[in-house]
Write a new protein. Structure first.
Length: 232
């Protein structure tokens, strides 16, 4: 996960914890970094104006003294549960961590009655979700796509062959129940599909992508579409 994204995620985690706060050890485990890194992140948040508090000793930890909030959201309990179900059913989807944080924000600013009804309805919706790829791999792919930079991956093909490749990310695509990274493979000098679950390692490089476009992938199936909202 990119540091700026981790700082935002830490703020959201502390905001959700409220007056209970959270230990540095728990945050370190959540974001797969060291306690020392978490404490540096907390110091950066405090320098940036975040109203942090800390309590030493057993039962101590870190928290926010003030809660930033969104404007009131007009959302029915059924709409809220529909969004929760979509996010929960796709933990392997790109940007799913950010989607979960966004959903929590929405739930937090619903009026109390609507929030309670949404939670009761959510108890009646069960999800047997697929396992998510390793956070480090997923975060690197998301960062490379967002910033349009080359990502260096270690990839194992269906026949068990493992290779290291530099890829210019172009599209995330879900098909056949699996997520794929489609990008320009610099080793093959061609567009290639990489199943995200088979990417063992991923590291964002400082190399900018050269401008390959979605049109180079070809015509998508009739059932495929971008994840836009309602068409104009």
């Amino acid at each position: 996960m990119k540091r700026t994204e981790r700082l935002h995620a830490i703020s959201e985690m502390l905001r959700r914890q409220g007056s209970r706060g959270c230990t540095a050890e728990r945050m370190a485990a959540e974001f797969d970094v060291s306690v020392r890194t978490i404490k540096r992140d907390l110091a950066s948040l405090e320098r940036g104006g975040a109203p942090l508090w800390s309590r030493p000793g057993p039962g101590g930890g870190y928290g926010l003294t003030e809660m930033a909030s969104l404007r009131p959201v007009s959302l029915s309990p059924a709409q809220a549960v529909a969004l929760l179900a979509a996010v929960s059913a796709a933990p392997d989807a790109p940007y799913s961590d950010l989607a979960s944080a966004g959903m929590q924000k929405i739930l937090d600013v619903l009026d109390p009655d609507a929030r309670d009804r949404a939670r009761r309805l959510a108890d009646r919706v069960w999800v047997d979700a697929p396992p998510a790829p390793r956070r480090a791999v997923r975060s690197a792919l998301e960062q490379a796509m967002t910033e349009q930079r080359v990502v260096r991956i270690r990839y194992t093909s269906a026949d068990g062959t493992s290779t290291s490749r530099d890829v210019e990310p172009v599209v995330f695509a879900s098909t056949g129940g699996q997520w794929h990274l489609i990008g320009w493979c610099r080793m093959r000098d061609a567009m290639r599909w990489f199943t995200v679950a088979r990417i063992e390692q991923a590291r964002v490089t400082a190399i900018a992508c050269t401008g390959h476009t979605v049109d180079e992938i070809g015509v998508p199936p009739a059932s495929a579409r971008p994840v836009h909202g309602r068409d104009d």
